[in-house]
Ligand binder design. Structure first.
Ligand SMILES: O=C(O)[C@H]1O[C@H](OP(=O)(O)OP(=O)(O)OC[C@H]2O[C@@H](n3ccc(=O)[nH]c3=O)[C@H](O)[C@@H]2O)[C@H](O)[C@@H](O)[C@H]1O
Length: 350
């Protein structure tokens, strides 16, 4: 008698923001698990997905989608018989600071639209969306304690305020319409696919070491780092939970607290000489908390998803080397991050 199959039933996921870092990893992980995916984004740029998968990805079903367009969103869900939605499209902190009304249109209205489109499906649909650690300001943590899932929000940016609004939207759709969801708050995500910039300086340091460039980490203080692939796995697992648990939980994404000035030595273990290339500046500590207290995701799902930091560094460096060999490595970090490194707004070409 053959053993009972333990394979997951195949579902069809809609991923918004699939051209972004987390979106690319979520799509890659779902495909690797044999799931069906409709990747959507404002752009049709698959370079990040190709980098993450280390292979051409022209065959991945892709729809250009503007999340501010409710009718388009509703149509793509219905026409593709979507069973689960992983919502990651969003404008990042600098764009929300530069143009708060546009940031609200994408990050607030876009998320309301996702909930409304799911409500209109009138069937149980897995739903997870990206909130952010930006709902907490540095003041959220005092006395050396970590931040709890139920800590009060205290954002210090428009972006953080919009994310608080997303969490409220989820609560209202659950109470009023029974749309279940999970919201996840990533802290500092690093790894392949993360663009340059202050919050991904750990990634820039690894990339620089691989190509032999100098790099200055902006500061050496503590940060809660999560490997982008692990973060994607938490999102996929949370999507399952939204179906089985109901409700509108919002949880912090686990990671490992590390002092950034320990990074050069960690990278040097895999790229000899890296400790001489990577220096640490005297920048101010990160504005988001660097430690969690008793994260619900660990209680509910265990710790299997967490990749130990040394392993994560080794894997990231190896991945960059492979991408370099394949000629698909993005621009390198030969100069320190500056405002010029912030990519142009995803909406500037729309
Ligand atoms: O770590 C986090 O906390 C973040 O995780 C996720 O970010 P990342 O995957 O890191 O972001 P990034 O690489 O910038 O990709 C965004 C994508 O959206 C697309 N995008 C943008 C605007 C728009 O109107 N439509 C759209 O599709 C755009 O074209 C791009 O492809 C969440 O998005 C973020 O809200 C936050 O929670």
């Amino acid at each position: 008698m053959s053993a009972p199959s333990t394979a997951r039933p195949v579902r069809r996921y809609l991923v918004t923001g699939a051209a972004g870092c987390l979106g690319a990893w979520v799509v890659a992980e779902l495909l690797a698990a044999g799931q069906e995916v409709v990747a959507t984004d404002l752009t049709e740029d698959r370079r990040r997905l190709e980098l993450v998968r280390l292979r051409p990805s022209d065959d991945v079903p892709w729809a250009r989608l503007d999340v501010t367009d409710l009718d388009a969103l509703t149509a793509v869900l219905t026409e593709n018989a979507i069973t689960d939605v992983i919502h990651l499209a969003g404008l990042q902190v600098p764009f929300c600071a530069a143009d708060p009304p546009l940031g609200a249109a994408v990050n607030v209205v876009g998320t309301v639209n996702v909930f409304e489109a799911v409500r209109r499906l009138e069937r149980r649909t897995g739903l997870v969306y990206a909130s952010s650690a930006a709902v907490f300001g540095a003041a959220s943590v005092s006395g050396g304690h970590g931040v709890r899932d139920d800590a009060l929000p205290d954002p210090g940016t428009h972006y953080g305020v919009f994310k608080v609004a997303n969490e409220g939207t989820a609560q209202q759709y659950w109470r009023e319409s029974g749309v279940a969801s999970v919201g996840l708050r990533p802290f500092v995500v690093f790894g392949v696919g993360r663009d340059q910039g202050r919050t991904s300086s750990a990634t820039s340091a690894m990339l620089s070491a691989v190509v032999g460039d100098r790099f200055e980490l902006p500061g050496g203080g503590p940060a809660l780092l999560t490997l982008a692939r692990d973060c994607a796995r938490w999102f996929i697992a949370a999507c399952d939970l939204s179906l089985t648990r109901g409700g509108c939980d919002v949880w912090n994404v686990p990671g490992q607290t590390v002092r950034l000035d320990d990074l050069p030595a960690l990278i040097d273990a895999h790229v000899p000489g890296a400790a001489d290339l990577i220096t640490v500046g005297a920048g101010a500590p990160s504005a988001v908390p660097s430690r969690l207290e008793d994260p619900a995701l660990h209680r509910v799902l265990g710790r299997d998803i967490d990749t130990p930091l040394a392993t994560a560094v080794a894997e990231t460096v190896a991945h960059f080397r492979q991408a370099l060999a394949l000629g698909i490595l993005p621009g390198t970090a030969s100069s320190p991050p500056s405002s010029a490194d912030v990519p142009s707004s995803p909406r500037s070409t729309s």
